[in-house]
Design a protein around this ligand. Structure first.
Ligand SMILES: Cc1cc2nc3c(=O)[nH]c(=O)nc-3n(C[C@H](O)[C@H](O)[C@H](O)COP(=O)(O)OP(=O)(O)OC[C@H]3O[C@@H](n4cnc5c(N)ncnc54)[C@H](O)[C@@H]3O)c2cc1C
Ligand code: FES
Length: 291
């Protein structure tokens, strides 16, 4: 994994792409390897105007990298992320990056399904850009509460170089909303099952051929809230398909020292999201014991 370090970045662009959701870009050191899809950074909110002085560093995932700029998509929730959202181009951010592991290459699979919900949007869009660049076959399935939460990157295509590419991926993605106000009515996992596995219930795909087909041809990737990742794991287990998920947990140090970010491991004990993850094979986590 590429080495991480602390640096001062300059904000290059920041735009609201849905209510309280932001796409932000910041400068990346020339001599630091670019972040990979699945990796994250932490920033120090205490140094930002208007934020409390004793806040812990906040973790956010990468949503893209282009022209020596890294991008993130985040929701302004509490003091730390609201202070970030107030920044303007040219202002400074104290960063430690890149942190954590990244999604594995799935060379043996013919097709990937990328499933994102809520704060899982950024990593899935970054992985989709990577697959697109490498001509790997994939589909993106995204879940939102309602149409108003579906991000619109067209608002910043003139100022943010990566926005046009993100908008292309969004337009090709299958959208699910809880209330049915846009796309499929239901969760992202309901829609994934519809798109990826419904054909298996036809008479042509019964018995062993069913298992073989899904095992060799598909790989699932997910990022989002814990209940969504558990549902993704359940569906992967049901159809015997490999799945990797990027997990989230409250963090303190962000570098593996404090054990504040652990999740229960399926083999017993715990894994640290920041240092052992955040990406895990979905069967490595004991979802029944997750908070
Ligand atoms: C590896 C990793 C990657 C992440 N990537 C993204 C991302 O790309 N985009 C994004 O919007 N958010 C992401 N998050 C979540 C983000 O770190 C939290 O929303 C943020 O730290 C909240 O800080 P705050 O000071 O604004 O709010 P706080 O006042 O600290 O909390 C506000 C609310 O957010 C909840 N919260 C706080 N920390 C977390 C957390 N780590 N996970 C889940 N809920 C939390 C709190 O319970 C509370 O309800 C990621 C978290 C991790 C661990
Ligand atoms: S946040 Fe300290 S070990 Fe993960």
């Amino acid at each position: 994994m590429n080495a991480s370090r602390q640096f001062t970045a300059a904000i290059t662009s920041i735009h609201e792409i849905a209510p309280s959701w932001y796409l932000a870009g910041f400068s990346w050191p020339q001599d630091l390897a670019p972040p990979q899809p699945g990796q994250f950074f932490t920033y120090n909110p205490s140094l930002l105007p208007g934020a409390g002085k004793s806040l812990l560093r906040k973790p956010l995932a990468f949503a893209g990298f282009e022209d020596q700029c890294a991008y993130t998509i985040f929701q302004a929730r509490g003091e730390g992320t609201k202070a970030f959202a107030q920044l303007e181009a040219g202002e400074k951010l104290d960063i430690i990056a890149p942190l954590g592991n990244s999604f594995p290459k799935c060379a043996e699979a013919d097709k990937a399904f990328l499933v994102g919900g809520g704060i899982g949007l950024g990593p899935m869009l970054y992985l989709a850009s990577d697959f697109s660049t490498n001509h790997f076959d994939f589909e993106v399935v995204l879940g939102f509460r309602a149409m108003a939460q579906v991000p619109d990157f067209s608002v910043c295509v003139k100022t943010t170089p990566i926005a046009a590419a993100l908008q292309v991926i969004m337009k090709a993605a299958s959208i699910a909303t809880d209330d049915g106000s846009s796309g499929f009515k239901g969760t992202a996992i309901d829609l994934l099952e519809e798109k990826a596995f419904r054909f298996l219930s036809t008479p042509d795909f019964q018995g062993d051929s069913k298992k073989q087909l899904t095992k060799n041809h598909m790989h699932l990737f997910g990022c989002g809230p814990s209940p969504m990742l558990k549902a993704l794991h359940d569906i992967a287990a049901q159809y015997q398909v490999p799945a990797h998920v990027s997990t989230e947990q409250w963090m303190a140090c962000g570098v593996g020292a404090c054990h504040g970010c652990v999740l229960p491991a399926s083999g017993g004990g715990y894994v640290r999201v920041c240092a052992d993850g955040p990406v895990f094979s979905s069967d490595a986590i004991d979802w029944g014991k997750c908070p």
